[in-house]
Design a protein around this ligand. Structure first.
Ligand SMILES: NC(=O)c1ccc[n+]([C@@H]2O[C@H](COP(=O)([O-])OP(=O)(O)OC[C@H]3O[C@@H](n4cnc5c(N)ncnc54)[C@H](OP(=O)(O)O)[C@@H]3O)[C@@H](O)[C@H]2O)c1
Length: 336
């Protein structure tokens, strides 16, 4: 933040403006007078780059519900001011979802104001960087694994497929699952990243471009569990190749939103398809964050996530939309 004499300090921000369609983003500055509603001002330390952020910034989907909108669906930082008794200056916090970067300003600004009800105290065992490196992606991975476990997936159930493997959510999921002792098969369109995926703990790496997906309603049974970032035809193939009583966590649409498949895997093999959505009440979110700080804590966050300067966000969005990114990018506001 820089101060112009006699005026409100200038805050670097990436905001999305109305363009008559879904919006258009740009790097710019804003002032405190433009803060969104809330009772806690946070100095943002880190904010991650997610697929949804790229869609919003590039106006590829109807996500922004107000203009101008500070993009960035998650953040971690330090409380600067608070009129809520639960938070005081210096407290370390994180937040995501709750309409962040949808109908409330998000994390791509050096400072922001947020309702105290949306803030999660940084769990012990995580740094501010860890919290953003995990961010919505880590939370989604943790939630998906929590749901798979609640639905009976155990280490000895069989192999677990992670699709869209080099993506943010998937990379973290591979790391967590391998830490928990699962046999993880990573399915990727980037076979050149096989070394990265095995370093995270994948037991085997499958090259999407070299695979035959078949069309039969029931294919050879391969997976006890699956986490899918991609959707579309890939998700239909996953359903066809699940073992008896297999469980799928579907959270992404990086490859398409259509889902055309047979019901036979569900009615003849008892396959369960679980929807995963991170927009949960605060207490559920806190419980998943507690697991991410303890038994689900990834071992390779420094390998998965790299810091980028705020000014490089536009390039980051393009890279993400073109599936050129391996792992996660985290805006570090201290980088110039
Ligand atoms: N349900 C929820 O609450 C929730 C929360 C967070 C994220 N999501 C969704 O989950 C998905 C993954 O998020 P993310 O942040 O991990 O995204 P990401 O980092 O961009 O990863 C997506 C990955 O999907 C794979 N992919 C396959 N086909 C693709 C295509 N046509 N275009 C782009 N990527 C393709 C790529 O991995 P490979 O090359 O290795 O295959 C890519 O790296 C997104 O759809 C996101 O919107 C949902």
């Amino acid at each position: 933040m820089t101060t112009q004499s006699g005026s409100d300090p200038v805050i670097r921000a990436y905001r999305v403006h109305d363009n008559g369609r879904f919006g258009e983003g740009r790097l710019e500055t804003m002032t405190r007078a433009e803060f969104d509603h809330g009772n806690v001002v946070v100095r943002v330390a880190y904010a991650s780059v997610n697929y949804k952020d790229a869609l919003t910034a590039r106006g590829r989907a109807k996500i922004a519900r107000k203009f101008p909108l500070v993009a960035g669906i998650d953040l971690s930082g330090t409380v600067e001011e608070s009129t809520d008794a639960r938070f005081k200056p210096g407290d370390e916090v994180l937040t995501h979802s709750f309409g962040l970067a949808v109908d409330h300003d998000g994390g791509y600004a050096e400072f922001g104001r947020f309702p105290a009800d949306w803030l999660i105290p940084l769990p012990q065992g995580l740094s501010l960087f860890d919290a953003a490196a995990l961010g919505v992606a880590g939370h989604t991975a943790g939630l998906a694994i929590d749901l798979l476990q609640l639905n009976g997936l155990k280490r000895d159930s069989g192999k677990v497929l992670v699709n869209g493997a080099t993506g943010g959510v998937a990379s973290i999921a591979i790391d967590i699952l391998s830490r928990l002792g699962y046999h993880v098969a990573a399915l990727t369109g980037k076979s050149e990243e096989a070394g990265y995926l095995t370093a995270l703990g994948a037991t085997e790496v499958l090259d999407r471009n070299a695979m035959e997906f078949g069309t039969r309603p029931l294919e050879t049974m391969l997976w006890a569990g699956a986490l899918d970032s991609v959707g579309g035809e890939q998700l239909a193939w996953i359903a066809r190749t699940m073992q008896k009583d297999g469980v799928i966590a579907s959270f992404g649409n990086a490859g398409g939103v259509e889902f055309k498949g047979s019901v036979l895997p569900f009615i003849l093999r008892g396959v369960r398809l679980l929807g995963v959505n991170v927009d949960n009440p605060l207490e559920r979110k806190k419980a998943i964050w507690q697991r991410l700080a303890t038994d689900l804590r990834p071992r390779h966050l420094d390998r998965i996530a790299r810091r980028i300067a705020f000014e490089t966000l536009p390039q980051a969005f393009d890279d993400l939309l073109a599936a050129r990114v391996c792992g996660r990018m985290v805006v570090d506001f201290s980088l110039r």
